[in-house]
Design a binder for this molecule. Structure first.
Ligand code: 5GP
Length: 190
């Protein structure tokens, strides 16, 4: 998606060869017009996959997932990273190792928000090692749904997540796949 790649090149910054900072349009400040275009692109890519629900992981997946769900006219559910005292009935959880926090957390879903037989499109901001995506898949499948697709706004193709998901049989689409980055440069796969 050229618009997204241009934005990454003009406003993103490689903090290292592993970590890309895009907090000016995706992770902190949000460019909602770009997110609308992102949602339309995911909707186009997964238009023929029989998707019945969009899921995401809080918090940075919410904007692109909401725009995707809106465009596809589908319900959306957020997988939570923290549990509060009001979120305790009917929940299922799985442990996920956080790439950015370098620590595990419990990904949580109130199973009533997914229907058995749902075909879910799981959207997230980044795909790196695939921990978050595989955690989301475990929860959604435990709730009786199947995952018909995984959409990453940005995938770091030099990390193993995308390949692992594809090897496990999931369809993965990344709107920008970074092949290499470092101080002052960011390169994309074709
Ligand atoms: P994974 O679970 O695939 O290793 O990492 C995906 C999650 O870690 C995403 O939900 C995202 O929030 C975060 N993440 C991974 N890599 C990056 C990165 O380079 N930059 C930012 N901002 N977040 C990342």
């Amino acid at each position: 998606m050229d618009l997204l790649k241009q934005k990454i090149l003009s406003e993103g910054r490689a903090l290292s060869a592993q970590v890309l900072l895009v907090d000016c349009f995706l992770n902190h400040q949000v460019d909602v017009k770009l997110m609308k275009a992102v949602g339309e692109e995911f909707a186009r890519l997964f238009a023929n996959d029989g998707i019945t629900r969009v899921a995401t992981i809080e918090s940075s997946g919410i904007a692109p997932a909401a725009m995707t769900a809106l465009t596809m006219d589908l319900p959306m559910v957020i997988l939570k990273k923290s549990v509060s005292s009001i979120l305790k009935d009917g929940i299922i959880q799985t442990e996920v190792f956080s790439f950015t926090k370098n620590a595990p957390y419990l990904l949580t879903l109130k199973s009533q928000f997914v229907e058995k037989g749902d075909n879910v499109l799981l959207i997230d901001d980044f795909l790196a090692n695939g921990e978050a995506a595989f955690g989301g898949i475990r929860l959604l499948e435990q709730a009786g749904a199947r995952v018909g697709g995984v959409g990453a706004v940005i995938a770091k193709a030099f990390q193993p997540g995308m390949e692992k998901l594809r090897t496990a049989g999931y369809r993965v689409e990344a709107l920008a796949a970074v092949s290499r980055m470092g101080e002052g440069f960011i390169e994309f796969e074709d």
